[in-house]
Design a binder for this molecule. Structure first.
Ligand code: ADP
Ligand code: NI
Length: 215
């Protein structure tokens, strides 16, 4: 079996039963979207993109005492054990290390074109109808309130503040999801994100109208 297929099967087995938003189908969508975005980025190395998309959530810092290096280390160890060339290992690990969102006030550290593709693909899955579904699924999984009109959103300036906050799911839209549109860096990703963000804004308008008895 080739490295991409064996990695996909490994990740699929690893995420069995995951319900916080990092299930296999999230990985699968990101993998497919990343390939779709590659069509507009001919300079991107497909092997690096596909492996990084498959491995990007292999170990999440928020489930490992905030250890921000765990994902990259786990991805690198997996690839090395399969005999992957060292430059592929390094490039994939670098993407996994830098892909995730760190807070409203923290700029992304962009290290490669392949990272931009995988990051955009991951972010597309956090917005639109699927993003709305995932946010509420995560909120339930993490015992968060859906909404509290007395709790305004907070734009976190540090990764610690972002991780420590136990805000509502509706506030997560303002603290992260709606901000992702401006963080897209591929042309195709940006175009799709604009449409998905508009859809989320309509959803919030309707949500608040129903909440207030106006719809
Ligand atoms: P990713 O898979 O993009 O790296 P995360 O691990 O931050 O992103 O989040 C996984 C999913 O859970 C995303 O859809 C995200 O919107 C959602 N999520 C993360 N944190 C929260 C939160 N505090 N409230 C609601 N949804 C959240
Ligand atoms: Ni992800």
């Amino acid at each position: 079996m080739d490295l991409i297929t064996v990695t996909a099967e490994h990740v699929r087995a690893q995420c069995a039963g995951e319900s916080s938003g990092h299930d296999w189908w999230h990985i699968h969508r990101v993998w497919k979207s990343a390939q779709m975005l590659c069509a507009g980025e001919p300079g991107a190395n497909r092997t690096v993109v596909e492996l990084a998309a498959l491995l990007h959530d292999i170990a999440d810092a928020k489930f490992h005492d905030g250890d921000e290096t765990i994902g990259a280390r786990t991805a690198a160890a997996w690839l090395r054990d399969r005999g992957a060339p060292e430059d592929i290992v390094t490039r994939v690990a670098e993407i996994v290390a830098n892909v995730s969102y760190k807070g409203a006030g923290i700029a992304d550290k962009v290290t490669s074109l392949e990272q931009r593709v995988v990051q955009d693909a991951d972010r597309l899955d956090a917005i639109g109808a699927i993003g709305i579904g995932r946010a509420f699924a995560y909120g339930g999984w993490d015992n968060r309130q859906m909404h509290d009109p007395d709790e305004p959103p907070v734009l976190h300036e540090t990764i610690e503040a972002y991780r420590a906050a136990k805000g509502t799911t509706v506030n997560h839209f303002h603290e992260k999801l709606l901000l992702l549109g401006e963080r897209m860096t591929t042309d195709t990703g940006r175009r799709i994100a604009t449409e998905r963000i508009a859809y989320m804004e309509d959803f919030l308008t309707r949500f608040h109208a129903e909440w207030n008895g106006d719809a």
